[in-house]
Design a protein around this ligand. Sequence first.
Ligand code: PLP
Length: 255
Amino acid sequence: MNRPQVLCISGHDPSGGAGLQADIEAVAAQHAHALVAITSLTVQDTRNVRRVVPTAPSLLAQQLEAVLDDCPVHAIKIGLIGDAEQVPVIVAAIRRAQVPVILDPVLRAGGGASLSGAETAAAMAEWLLPLAEIITPNAAEARRLAAGSPDLEACGAALVSQGCANVLITGGDEPTAEVVNVWHRADAAPIVFRRPRIAGQFHGAGCTLASALAAQRALGAPLALALDRAQAYVHDCLSRALRVGGGRLVPGRLP
Ligand code: PLP
């Protein structure tokens, strides 16, 4: 039995809400197999992040080489990057694999704690954004990556002009009645996705979306279909969210 395989490059969250557990569950729910290279161990609960300990770049390189030497990879999903020194290691893996790259530019936890410093964010923007097929920032991340314009449409256009082929800005944390996600593309009008808002605050929704999207691309769905399916999947996960701890709810990724 073969399943399409997604190489997830991400951090570990002991609450199981975000990070590599989110990736594994979301990929498995699409009937694909997750391979996981760990960029960092975090200390966090469902409320907030207390500490991020990056993996040594050489250890990350060895993890990536081990799986790329042995396993076919059909898509890559990148989540939390431990530090700027990991970026060239990740670039080498992308160049080697030659598959669609879905980049979730994780900068800050929903609880407010910073997950990536300025140096890591700058290295990611310079080296990884242009290699990604699509990036999936939330509104706050899009504003930070696009250097502060409050207008999300302008942020999307700025990120496309910085070299991102496709940008999906997610609006789950915006104060709107519906959740509005907007797909910005070069040389084409943006496409707006609207869904009814599910009440509650969630931990790990972004990881879930990017991983489901990567799995759909690994399965061969064209990007537009993959985006539809991944967003519908996240909506379902939020509608059956789990109360894992005292903080944010965790998407119910496995039905
Ligand atoms: N911890 C890790 C390891 C993550 O990868 C992420 C997001 O991708 C987070 C925490 C933050 O998740 P959230 O913003 O949903 O709380």
